[in-house]
Structures are given as structure tokens and as C-alpha cells.
Design a protein around this ligand. Sequence first.
Ligand code: ADP
Length: 306
Amino acid sequence: MNRISIFSPATIANVSCGFDVLGLCLDSVGDEMTINTACPKGVKIKEIIGADLPLVAEKNVGGVAALALLEHLQPDHGFEISIKKNIKAGSGIGSSAASAAGAVFAINHLLGSPLSNKELVPFAMQGEKLASGSAHADNVAPALLGGFTLIRSYEPLDIIKIDAPEELYATVIHPQIELKTMDARSVIRENITLKKATVQCGNIAGLISGLYTNDYNLIGRSLHDELVEPVRYILIPKFKEIKVAAMSAGALGGGISGSGPSVFALSRGVQTAQKAAEAMASVLQDTGIPFELHVSPINPTGIKIL
Ligand code: ADP
């Protein structure tokens, strides 16, 4: 096999209470990538359709992740990468992560899968470091593994995959304003009070417990962010109104997707997720800000071979 085409999914990082440690994998939106082996060693980004992104491998998150993997595996040939971007860069649903995770997944597969998907995460994280300045795993881990992923520890890296309850659906609204991860990180406070840390611990434990026990109400009660949302929401137009609209339509809860500007809601059942989508859309319709909407089940397995 010298060529592979994959679907590399969008992801929601943080999931309200899990700043930098929780993520989930979407199913209905993602990039398509084709990777083939090539004679010269190294990585060449052959083409990018649908976005104006760097073709120089060292400046593209997919290229950087691929180069990190090649440095480790030392194959005697190189790879060419073509990307069809469906996830807009800077959307907050893991555009950069899809390229990074997709590149390492495809190359590993073409080399006979010497590494597991979990073992690929650190290489994909190198791509994320280029995009946001921090080698975070909360988008690349769910893209590679599917479901929800919890990063229990970064040093050493310890990732736990959690299957999502079957009826859980995500709604995402992406207001088309640009918000760079680096800028969204700059508003976060370094120090937090013990009281806030305690509330956050309770919520993340509740969310994980709700996922394991299929307790949708507990999932909803736990979708609160004490630490980041209260300072970051001002960067997102009509954030509070969008969230209230989703909840009024029956969503279990929601928050900022990754570092924004996308806003997500989780619902029980596709119909409620669709009602939440309509309600969230009606808020932005009044502002004239263009937006994209996605309603998706939780993708149980991550990247798919096409
Ligand atoms: P997102 O959360 O949607 O991934 P980020 O702000 O983290 O958004 O990453 C987008 C940044 O990464 C942009 O500055 C973009 O130019 C850069 N980038 C480089 N290569 C890629 C790629 N292959 N896909 C997406 N973004 C890329």
C-alpha cells in the first residue's frame, strides 16, 4: 500500500469543565486527506483545497506532526500530503488538530502501523505546538481515538478514552469571526482560587461519571466551567444568549468549543440537538454575523479510512 485517503474529524476540546484535559470527537464534520509515499525523504504538502494555509511542511501543522513522526520511525522514503479542508482554521473545532492527527495516522498506516493510535498522540501534539504555542492534546487525542478523551496527565502523558452514551449529540455553531487560539489563551488568568478549583473538580468528576453511567442529567449538571468561560466569553459575540437559547431548546448544557469562537451544546437525541441548532442560529441571525452549524453524533472511533 502506498496511498491512503482518510476522513479526519473535527473535535471539541475542553468540553466546559475540562480545560486542556477533555475532548470529544465529532462525526459529521472533518477534513479529507490523501497521503502517498514518495521517493525523496521528508514531507511535501502537495496541495490544500478549501483554505489558504502554508504549503511549506515546517509551517503547516500536518507537516510538522508528520516530520516529528518520521524523525522517530526513520523510513527510507518520504510522503506527500494533500488536504481538503472542511474545518475552517481558527474555528475552535480542531482544524489544526485534524491535519496533525490525520498526517500521523496516515503515515503510520502506510508504514504498517508500527505505533498504536494512542502512541501517535505525542507526534500530533508537535503540530499543535506550531498552531497555538502549546503542545496540547485535547483535540488530537479525540481525533485519533474517538469518543471522549481525558488527559489525566501530560507528564507523563496518560490518556483515557471514554465511550460516549449512544444518544448523546453535539451541536456546534461557528460564528465566522477569527479568534486565534493564542489570543484566546492570553485572556486566561494564571491563578485561581481554591473555591473555584473545588467547583471545577466536582464538575469534571460528575461529567466523567455521567459518561460512564449514561446519566444524561448528570452530564448536563456537570457542564459548567468556573475557570475559563467566565473570562473568555467576551471574545464571542452573543455567547450568553446562544447558550441560553440552546438550553431553552432542551440541550443538556454547553459552552465554548476549544478556545472559540465556536459554541457547542450537548443534547440527548438528534431531535433535541437539531432544535438547539435552530435556537442557537436564531440568536446569530439577528446580528448579521455569518455562521456555520453542525449537528453530529459523537464519533466512536476517530479518524476513518475512506
Ligand atoms: P483551531 O482550534 O480551529 O485548530 P487554531 O487557532 O488552533 O484553530 O489553529 C489554526 C492556526 O494554525 C492558524 O493560524 C493556521 O494558519 C495554522 N495552521 C497551519 N497549518 C494548518 C492546517 N493544516 N490546518 C489548520 N490550521 C493550520
